[in-house]
Design a protein around this ligand. Structure first.
Ligand code: BYC
Length: 482
């Protein structure tokens, strides 16, 4: 059996990293554990700590069968530390150390850089749980409620994954950072989470599905880039995290898809063909497509900010050091050093948007963002197919990358969703047309009524095509009262 395939599932912390023989790290994690449980009870899903939830728990790292499904009370979930199996003889795949054996410890000169990358990654995980903690109260079905909680417990496990790396490889500094990860709070004025989008509210289920489609997909891209790392424990950790992440994006994509299906179905049944006839569509109790477009504009633009600056020496340094690669670096055919290469980047030049060839090393955030946009477009195309199939004349479109930005080149200008540069007054005058407005929020809030009978769904969302773990339609995914 390859190294790392055996999972010790009996102790307090399930793991495949030999924790039982690593007294120092075991003690550090066991010391951190009560604070984590306190954080979960304070900031995790509100009102459902005693419910029995039909959850998937990672119990192995074998791709053929890594998860077990069962009813669990969330505070009793087995948050384990699981790394993808070690690949013998793995070499660093890019940067100045390309071709050298992958590191099993952090080289001294890269401690600061890796600490920052792992802390930023770790910080997003509890942040998203905090952002979503009120949603249980308005879930459109037990199926959706269970999916929310699945996402939440796995984000909790991803925090554990980063805390393990910090404590194991960065000693005292790592232990301090692990404490801080439990102290910051999403949206808190004094100790906010580190990245902008993780301090925004997730006030309703339409936002939740958009968040899991767009923002969890940034998670996928960043994890893919870190999975290429020459620091082998980080690579192995991220590779296993990606296994779980796929379900989060599935929740987002199918969530929006089911909203679209329900809206189109209700419009057809009522004989409404004009998707902009918002008043009549809302009278049916479904989400009109223009509102969905505005929600999309918001979540896409907020998420683009998570890729950092278009031109970044941090990104260049991390690549050179062999710490953070490109999306699917191992599938790209070039020299994997990029010293002489350039990459086309959209920039703000004299107040206008212009394309420039930039040294490829400095443009790595941009390249990852381009790969991300392409990945998003695939999902949007599938949504549009559903609209087209229903015979409704409407297309959802990703707004231009310059629209509504707060980080990077385009934070210095205003652009409309098509990418035309406009002045501040024009942006303000159209804000409510392009981004969710007070009326949209009020309407959507009004739709958010909990549906907690097994097999029943709120009127604004279609049931899923298949159940989780192939369960039948009436399956009780969450036993709220037990
Ligand atoms: N907000 O050189 P730059 C996920 C700062 S999501 C605030 O461009 P870099 C998940 C930046 O820190 C994935 N500040 O930075 C999803 C820097 O400050 P310092 C999370 C920002 O390093 C859903 C300065 O501006 N993982 O997993 O090239 C649910 C200069 O910027 C922001 C990662 O992000 C911002 N948006 O790029 C649950 C991976 N952007 O240090 C989970 C790790 C930039 O000069 N992180 N700044 O004071 C990274 O790779 C990079 O740090 C970033 C930024 C891509 C975030």
């Amino acid at each position: 059996m390859p190294d790392g395939m055996n999972v010790d599932y009996d102790g307090l912390i399930p793991n495949n990293v030999g924790l039982a023989e690593d007294a120092r790290v075991k003690k550090a994690l066991e010391t951190w554990h009560p604070g984590y449980i306190d954080w979960w009870k304070d900031m995790g899903p509100e009102g459902f700590q005693e419910a029995l939830v039909y959850l998937r728990t990672a119990v192995s790292v074998d791709p053929k069968g890594w998860a077990r499904f069962d009813y669990v009370k969330m505070p009793e979930y087995k948050w384990g530390i699981l790394l993808a199996p070690k690949v013998e003889g793995r070499l660093i795949g890019f940067g100045q150390h390309k071709g050298e054996p992958a590191w099993q410890e952090i080289p001294g000169e890269y401690r600061g850089m890796l600490r920052r990358l792992m802390v930023i990654q770790g910080d997003t995980e509890p942040a998203s749980v905090e952002q979503q903690r009120h949603l249980g109260k308005t879930a459109p079905s037990l199926y959706d409620l269970r999916n929310l909680f699945q996402v939440n417990v796995e984000e909790g496990r991803h925090l554990w994954a980063m805390v393990y790396l910090l404590q194991k490889y960065l000693g005292k500094d790592g232990r301090e950072e692990a404490e801080e990860l439990l102290n910051r709070r999403s949206g808190n004025a004094d100790s906010p989470r580190m990245l902008g989008a993780f301090n925004e509210a997730t006030p309703d289920w339409v936002s939740f599905f958009m968040f899991t489609f767009f923002t969890d997909r940034d998670g996928k891209m960043q994890l893919e880039a870190l999975a290429q790392s020459g620091f082998d424990p980080l690579s192995r950790t991220c590779r296993f995290m990606l296994t779980e992440e796929a379900h989060h994006m599935f929740v987002g994509e199918t969530g929006v898809q089911r909203i679209i299906e329900r809206t189109c179905e209700a419009m057809k049944a009522a004989g409404i063909s004009d998707p902009t006839d918002v008043e009549r569509i809302r009278a049916l109790g479904v989400v009109d497509l223009p509102t969905l477009q505005r929600k999309m504009n918001l979540h896409f633009s907020l998420t683009l900010d998570l890729f950092g600056n278009e031109v970044s020496t941090n990104a260049a340094n991390a690549y050179n050091a062999g710490m953070k690669g490109r999306y699917r670096e191992d599938k790209i055919e070039d020299d994997h050093r990029l010293l002489d290469a350039t990459y086309p980047v959209l920039r703000c030049v004299d107040g206008q948007i212009a394309q420039e060839a930039v040294p490829a090393l400095s443009a790595l955030n941009m390249r990852l963002r381009d790969d991300y946009v392409q990945d998003c477009q695939g999902g949007v195309n599938r949504w549009n197919k559903a609209i087209e199939k229903a015979g409704i004349q409407f297309r959802l479109t990703l707004p231009h990358v310059a629209f509504n930005r707060r980080i990077g080149e385009f934070s210095r200008l205003h652009a409309d969703p098509e990418g035309r540069v406009i002045d501040a007054a024009t942006f303000a005058a159209n804000h409510d047309r392009w981004l969710p407005n007070a009326d949209d929020n009020l309407y959507i809030t009004g739709l958010m009524k909990p549906v907690d009978a097994a097999g029943a769904y709120a009127g604004w969302i279609a049931p899923p095509k298949v159940g989780i773990d192939n369960k039948p339609g009436h399956f009780e995914y969450v036993k709220i009262w037990n």
